[in-house]
Design a protein around this ligand. Structure first.
Ligand code: 2M8
Length: 440
């Protein structure tokens, strides 16, 4: 990375494609992930997308985050989908009627889901601000700060189901990596009554190949888990006794830790006290180490609260604790050993970005969504972690592979991890946004 080959001239057409992709997906105050597959606002997509807008039209970065946090629930949760009432109900499954947030005490006036996604928003807000500091950005940070703090508080309290300082996800959709092999073990315990799904029609397989998406069995379980959570009014008390899916995810919790570090930066910028954020960040890192690190294999893996076991699959989630600035040297080395192994192929010169799953695993599926394909957001996070820990050479290798991938295939949602062929949506927002950021 860096150097003469990266000037605006050489990457001009690629930048233009990314700009046009973001612009085409812009919708009055937010950006849809994809016009066809995801026509509403998604939580962690908006965080990554804001980073992209900071390079093009910073006012849109602040609008993106502001509109998302307008839909924050009274308990602090930031819903993973904010529904656009102008989009026809049948355009996405499960739509607003399925979630029925209007009936829930403490939900906002607009229709949302009741789940959350990895809290990468503080990191994104701080990153976007430093890319494009302005009076408008400063004012936006001031407005967002208490909301970002409330988001963190919700996850640290209501969602600490295991009681050991980590937040649990209550649904694979909350991980953002929906059908990752990381969830196969906990998902196998979820009832899989196919009749549950017969009542509904999937929409995703209208727009993307069924072989590139989660299975019907996955969807039957997705619906079952939401149905259980919704029946309890999306409340979090007593989940341990009644909820079918409870997992502590390394990415989700590393994002919480990185968020506290980012909040320390934001607090310093707006004249609040950074101290408590640094302390919380340190405690989250300690809990991630105590609960999710397996010294035997040198890997971070999710903990299934139902069995109190680490899930067996070695997915790319295990590399993401690198975004924790205070990750100890021993674990940084362990993550790098895993990342540079044949499982993931990280190198100073690498043909392709990181896959979403261990290439050597028997259940590696190069076409199926989060079970093998490469995704720009995960690669961006790992690159961010490499830079955080001073691994410039590896970060440059990863960056070059990301640019090459999108340069050849376009702004697809995900990519075949070997051939680089584009998969899923062909005009996907976070791919465009994060490409612009790595090009900057
Ligand atoms: C995918 O998830 C949604 C459900 O939230 C879906 O498959 O319908 C995931 O890739 C998720 O990480 C992403 O935020 C969302 C929108 O891009 O799509």
């Amino acid at each position: 990375g860096g150097g003469a080959g990266d000037d605006a001239g050489e990457h001009g057409p690629l930048r233009q494609l990314a700009n046009a992709t973001l612009d085409g997906n812009w919708e009055h105050d937010h950006t849809v992930p994809s016009r066809t597959l995801y026509p509403h606002q998604w939580s962690w997509d908006s965080a990554f997308i804001a980073i992209g807008w900071s390079h093009l039209r910073p006012e849109r970065a602040w609008s993106e985050l502001t509109s998302l946090f307008r839909a924050q629930w009274r308990d602090g949760r930031v819903p993973h989908i904010v529904f656009n009432p102008l989009v026809p109900g049948g355009a996405y499954f499960p739509g607003s009627g399925f979630w029925a947030s209007a009936e829930v005490e403490g939900a906002p006036p607009m229709a949302t889901s009741g789940l959350v996604q990895p809290p990468v928003h503080a990191l994104a807000a701080w990153h976007a601000y430093r890319r494009a500091p302005s009076a408008e950005g400063h004012a936006a940070l001031r407005r967002l700060y208490p909301r970002l703090v409330a988001q963190q508080r919700y996850l640290a309290t209501d969602r600490d189901v295991g009681g050991a300082g980590l937040a649990s996800i209550v649904h694979p959709w909350e991980s953002g990596v929906d059908n990752s092999p990381a969830w196969d073990a906990p998902m196998s315990a979820v009832p899989d009554d196919p009749a549950l799904l017969r009542a509904y029609r999937r929409r995703d397989t209208v727009h993307a190949a069924a072989a590139h998406r989660p299975t019907d069995l996955d969807y039957a379980r997705y619906v079952a888990i939401v149905t259980a959570y919704r029946a309890g009014g999306y409340r979090d008390d007593g989940l341990i006794d009644r909820h079918p899916f409870l997992v502590e995810c390394p990415l989700f919790n590393a994002a919480r830790g990185a968020a506290e570090q980012a909040l320390a930066g934001i607090a310093g910028e707006i004249g609040a006290d950074p101290g408590p954020h640094r302390e919380r960040a340190a405690r989250i890192t300690e809990a991630v180490l105590a609960r999710l690190y397996d010294p035997q294999t040198g890997t971070f893996r999710p903990r299934d609260l139902r069995t109190d076991r680490l899930t067996p699959a070695r997915t790319v989630l295990g590399l993401t604790p690198l975004i924790l600035p205070d990750l100890p040297a021993r674990q940084v080395e362990a993550v790098l050993a895993e990342a540079t192994s044949g499982r993931f192929g990280l190198a100073t010169r690498m043909a392709r970005p990181l896959p979403s799953h261990d290439r050597t695993a028997a259940d590696f599926e190069p076409l199926r969504y989060w079970r093998g394909p490469s995704w720009m957001n995960i690669n961006w996070l790992v690159r961010h972690g490499l830079l955080t820990h001073g691994r410039e050479g590896l970060a440059a290798g990863l960056r070059a592979s990301m640019i090459e991938l999108v340069g050849a295939a376009g702004c697809h949602e995900y990519f075949h991890p070997d051939t680089g062929v584009g998969l899923g949506s062909p005009a996907f927002s976070w791919t465009a946004a994060l490409l612009l950021d790595v090009l900057a």
